[in-house]
Design a protein around this ligand. Structure first.
Ligand code: PGA
Length: 264
C-alpha cells in the first residue's frame, strides 16, 4: 500500500450520499476517468473514497464493475472489538469482509463529537491493522491550541498514544498519517504550504523519535486535510514532504474530485 511515489487522494464523504448516489458517483468517475486519457494513464496516484458504512458494499461492487484505475473504497470509523454486545458498532473484521481496504481513524469529528480519546483510537488502530486494513490516522490541533503555540505538543501526544503498540513494519506498510488542523476543516481556508510543510516534517521527526529510528522517515506517508479543493490542490501537492491530501466537502462532487486528482 505505502508506495511512496504514489500520492494518495482520499475522499472523506462523512455522512453524505445514499447507496444509489455512491454508485452513481463511481459510475460517473469511471466514465470520466476513461474519457480523460491523461488521467487514465496516470499511475502516480491512488484515490480512496471513504463512504458511509451502509454504502461500502455497493461502492466496492461498483468499483469492481466499472473498473476505474486506482480507485479503492474505505470506511470512516470502526469499533475495536471483534464482536459482542456493542450495540450499533461495526468491527474491522466486518469492514474487511465487505471489501473496505482503508479506514480513517481519529478524525477530529470523532474525537470532538463522539468523545473518542487517544486510547480508544489506539485500540481501533491496532484492531484495524490486525485485520489487514490500511489505516489513515488523523491528528491536528484546534485554533486555541494553534494560537497558544502548542500545536507540536498536541500532535506529539496524539501520535505517541495513537501509535502505541504499532510495530515498525506495520507502521511502514499499512499506516498513513493525516495532518488535519481542526481550524482549517470546512473553513474554506486551508493551512498555508509553509505551515503544512513544517508540521508534516515535524510529524515525521516525531514518529522517528518514537521508533528510535531516523531511517523510517523516507517511508512515512503524511497527508494534509482541511479545505482542500481543486483550486489549492496543485500547490499543496507540490509540498515535497506531503504524501497526498484528505478531502472532505470538495470530494462530494465528482468533477471537482477528478480535478483534484488531476493536480497530481
Ligand atoms: P474539508 O474536510 O475538506 O471539508 O475541510 C476535511 C476533513 O474533515 O477530512
Amino acid at each position: 500500500m505505502n508506495n511512496l511515489s504514489n500520492k494518495l487522494i482520499v475522499a472523506n464523504w462523512k455522512m453524505h450520499k445514499t447507496r444509489d448516489e455512491s454508485v452513481k458517483f463511481i459510475e460517473e468517475f469511471s466514465a470520466e476517468a476513461r474519457k480523460k486519457k491523461e488521467f487514465a494513464k496516470k499511475t502516480n496516484s491512488i484515490a480512496v473514497i471513504c463512504v458511509p458504512f451502509t454504502n461500502i458494499d455497493a461502492a466496492v461492487k461498483a468499483v469492481k464493475c466499472n473498473k476505474p484505475a486506482n480507485l479503492l473504497i474505505g470506511a470512516q470509523n470502526c469499533y475495536f472489538e471483534y464482536e459482542g454486545a456493542f450495540t450499533g458498532e461495526i468491527s474491522a473484521h466486518m469492514l474487511k469482509e465487505i471489501g473496505a481496504e482503508y479506514v480513517i481513524l481519529g478524525h477530529s469529528e470523532r474525537r470532538n463529537l463522539f468523545g473518542e480519546t487517544d486510547e480508544i483510537i489506539n485500540k481501533k488502530v491496532i484492531s484495524c491493522l490486525n485485520e489487514g486494513l490500511n489505516v489513515i490516522l488523523c491528528v491536528g490541533e484546534n485554533l486555541e491550541q494553534k494560537n497558544s503555540g502548542t500545536t507540536n505538543k498536541i500532535i506529539s501526544e496524539q501520535l505517541k498514544k495513537g501509535l502505541a503498540g504499532v510495530n515498525k513494519e506495520r507502521l511502514l506498510s499499512s499506516l498513513i498519517l493525516a495532518y488535519e488542523p481542526i481550524w482549517a476543516i470546512g473553513s474554506q481556508k486551508s493551512a498555508s504550504s509553509l505551515e503544512i510543510s513544517e508540521i508534516t516534517e515535524n510529524i515525521k521527526k516525531h514518529v522517528a523519535k518514537l521508533y528510535n529510528s531516523e531511517d523510517i522517515i523516507p517511508g512515512l506517508k503524511v497527508l494534509y486535510g482541511g479545505s482542500v479543493n481543486s483550486k489549492n490542490a496543485a500547490e499543496l501537492l507540490k509540498i515535497p514532504s506531503l504524501g497526498g491530501v484528505l478531502v472532505g466537502g470538495a470530494s462530494l462532487d465528482c468533477g471537482e474530485f477528478l480535478k483534484i486528482l488531476n493536480c497530481v
